[in-house]
Write a protein that binds this ligand. Structure first.
Ligand code: IVH
Length: 699
């Protein structure tokens, strides 16, 4: 080996690092992806051929190694604290924090304002990076703050995390910050993922958290993760600067991305000002934030203030309200759901809120419309929190509106009244899809189309459900095709699916011969089912996947379920009077019996009695979970959705029937009860791991 080689390797590393930095830190790629790959491969080849040239900070190591069985535990030398949340989203939220700090420090009213450093609160996953003699040796998640997971391989694939510190590095430095995804990166990633037929990532936060927790580092590598440093953990042989602001500057000098949106602020008013400024900027930021963070700037004062139950007294997260925007209601329409539920929806003038352009917002139900008195032509405030469906918060009436922008062409076309508004909205009396009567459920807020399976909207909904992955699992039978099949009159009931021929399908618009054949094969394949799936696929009201599973297990045979009386049904775990009645009503309907008979005649089958033993359709099928406390990354709804997506059930209270308790921070009596009953307790990471490993084991 000669010096030329050594120099070439060094040059390749330097160039790759420069291109990386240009791409990630300055958002200005200096080289095409293909050229980058070529340099990368050249370096990889040289290192493979001359192992003595290998170096722990080589960019090639960002590929990560092989997949792990499970993550090793990391005990944080300095615990990773959480942060107190100020839920008062107004300016007064900053006052509360400032007043608390002043009180703790026993400052007189006349004392000078406290100096703070204000930062953004990034919405990703907290990680800790350990550098020994300047080289990244370990990366860990926060976990419960005391113990995290060793995710070194995954973090090494994050291209803006330095593998080696720039400048003179101390013997030990732990850097803490947030792994996150930019919205545009996520969108680009999702586009490609969907083109490959993969599932898109739900949102940047889940995307970041999910990627860091992948056991296979090549998956993390394929995800566009980034990093912002905002603090430190253990340090040896380095004199800390005097302030947090200087600390951030030092981290930037070591080569870490530190977010530019940060400011020194003296006193509460300056904090509130930062909160307001960043609030105004929020929608334009390329990444999600859910608030700002205030930290006492002096590290000496931080030490004096100390901690209270794992939260520093010197920092607070000041949140933002869910993003809202003002727009106009162009029309109010109703949607008919799978079960015939009629949901009023406001069609809006497109408005950008919460990172997306919103054109529809739910008005929930008749009572909500009446309470909010939303009418066509009204100016309204819409809100979008996280991934939830946008909703209309309230109407802005002329008197509290600064500018009169209420005239839209569509509203002007309608006869208006004295106050300039349209008359109160009334739900239609008949279903817009099939003209059947619309009935309001006794005691409920929900209004339903009584048309049942004569209503095309309900037929389509029923078919989509029937074909879905956890039901009959008919690949390629999505919304679009169902729509075509019903509209063309080819399919009226699920049983009709089994009479379709490839030539019939191929006659449909945009359906090639090959894909028609594939669909027919997928339909054929679905005939081999299980009782639990079949019961679930029927779409009996109030019978979800878990209940279907319980019913299959209890009855073992479809006939036994079909003929069961209420009393027998009530013996099934978790079946109460409402569910029992839904089941009885379903089987009492002649049409439903006919469809079932046709399905069986068409060859849909399973092994009778198999329901009691067969493998669950979801990894958590039949399992009941209780969530308690605050989870580190998942919101409660999200955790619940994940559990349900895996076939489990999330219940509100701990009992002997509970299979797992998922505990986060400040878990209270439910956790005590779980311990008392000896129920397994998992943290969020363990929950996600359980879901991920089991998901990936599936064919
Ligand atoms: S400081 C002193 N700064 O918030 C408390 N945390 O901490 C240590 N977070 O999941 C955290 N942006 O990842 C700090 N600028 C910021 C932050 C931040 C986001 C997250 C952090 C953790 C949560 C609670």
């Amino acid at each position: 080996m000669n010096d030329t080689l050594r120099q070439r390797v060094a040059a390749l590393r330097r160039d790759l690092d420069t291109h990386n930095r240009a791409y990630y830190e300055h958002d200005a790629p200096t080289i095409s992806d293909a050229d980058y790959d070529a340099l990368f491969r050249e370096l990889q080849a040289l290192e493979r051929e001359y192992p003595e040239l290998q170096s722990p900070d080589s960019p090639t190591l960002r590929v990560g190694g092989r997949a792990l069985e499970a993550f090793a535990q990391v005990i944080h030398a300095v615990p990773m604290l959480s942060i107190q949340t100020e839920t008062d989203t107004e300016a007064s939220g900053a006052d509360h924090f400032d007043a608390r700090v002043r009180k703790e420090l026993e400052l007189a009213e006349t004392a000078l304002p406290i100096e703070y450093l204000a930062e953004l609160k990034f919405d990703g996953l907290a990680v800790s990076l350990r550098y020994e003699n300047g080289v990244l040796t370990q990366g860990a998640t926060r976990g419960d703050g005391v113990t995290g997971e060793d995710v070194t391989q995954n973090l090494k694939t994050v291209r803006d995390i330095p593998l080696r510190l720039r400048g003179e590095a101390p013997p030990l430095l732990e850097v803490r910050g947030e792994a996150y995804m930019r919205r545009d990166d996520l969108a680009r990633y999702n586009e490609k993922a969907m083109a490959r037929g993969e599932k898109p990532l739900v949102n940047p936060r889940n995307g970041a958290a999910g990627s860091i927790r992948q056991l296979d580092p090549s998956i993390a590598k394929s995800r566009p993760l980034r990093f912002f440093a905002y603090g430190i953990g253990a340090v040896e042989g380095w004199t800390l600067p005097a302030t947090h602001g200087e600390l951030l500057a030092a981290l930037a000098a070591f080569g870490f991305p530190v977010c530019e949106h940060r400011a020194v602020a003296h006193g509460a008013a300056a904090l509130a000002d930062f909160h307001a400024r960043m609030g105004a900027l929020r929608a334009q930021l390329p990444f999600d934030i859910d608030g700002v963070v205030y930290k006492v700037n002096s590290l000496e004062l931080q030490r004096r203030l100390g901690f209270r139950s794992r939260e520093p007294r010197w920092a607070v997260a000041h949140k933002y309200p869910a993003e809202e925007a003002r727009t106009k209601v162009e029309a109010i329409e109703v949607q008919v759901g799978r079960t015939g539920a009629i949901t009023p929806v406001a069609r809006l003038q497109p408005v950008f809120v919460g990172g997306v352009t919103v054109t529809n917002a739910t008005l929930h139900n008749e009572d909500e419309i009446r309470r909010k008195d939303v009418r066509v032509g009204d100016t309204v405030i819409v809100r979008r929190a996280g991934d939830v469906i946008p909703e209309v918060v309230r109407v802005v009436l002329a008197e509290d509106r600064r500018q009169g922008t209420e005239d839209s062409p569509s509203a002007a076309a309608l006869p208006s009244r004295g106050d300039g508004r349209q008359p109160p909205y009334e739900l239609p009396k008949t279903c817009p899809e099939c003209g059947s009567q619309v009935v309001r459920e006794e005691g409920g807020a929900i209004v339903r189309c009584a048309g049942g399976l004569v209503c095309p909207a309900q037929v389509k909904g029923a078919l989509i459900h029937f074909a879905s992955r956890r039901a009959m699992d008919i690949e390629g039978l999505g919304d679009k095709l169902v729509e075509q099949l019903v509209d063309s009159g080819l399919v009226k009931t699920p049983a009709d699916l089994y009479t379709l021929s490839a030539s019939r399908l191929a006659a449909l618009e945009r359906m090639g011969e090959k894909s028609a054949e594939n669909r027919v094969a997928a339909i054929e394949k679905s005939k081999d089912s299980s009782l639990a799936r079949f019961i679930f696929a029927l779409g009996i009201r109030n019978v979800g996947e878990t209940t279907a599973r319980d019913l299959a297990r209890y009855f073992g045979k479809l006939d036994a379920l079909r003929n069961a009386d209420t009393e027998t049904l009530l013996n099934v775990p978790d079946v109460g009077p409402v569910v029992a009645e839904s089941i009885r009503d379903f089987f009492a309907e002649a049409h439903n019996r006919e469809v079932i008979a046709s399905l069986m005649a068409a060859g849909v089958h399973w092994t009778e009695g198999e329901g009691q033993v067969d493998a669950p359709p979801g990894v958590f099928s039949g399992k009941t979970f209780v969530l308690t406390g605050t989870l580190p990354t998942l919101k409660r709804d999200e955790a619940k959705a994940l559990i349900e997506a895996a076939g489990g059930k999330a219940s509100g209270s701990v009992s002997k029937k509970t299979d797992y308790v998922i505990a986060g921070e400040e878990a209270g009596s439910k956790l005590d009860k779980a311990r008392e009953l000896g129920i397994p307790i998992l943290n969020e990471a363990e929950l996600l791991q359980l879901i991920n490993t089991q998901e990936s084991e599936k064919p």
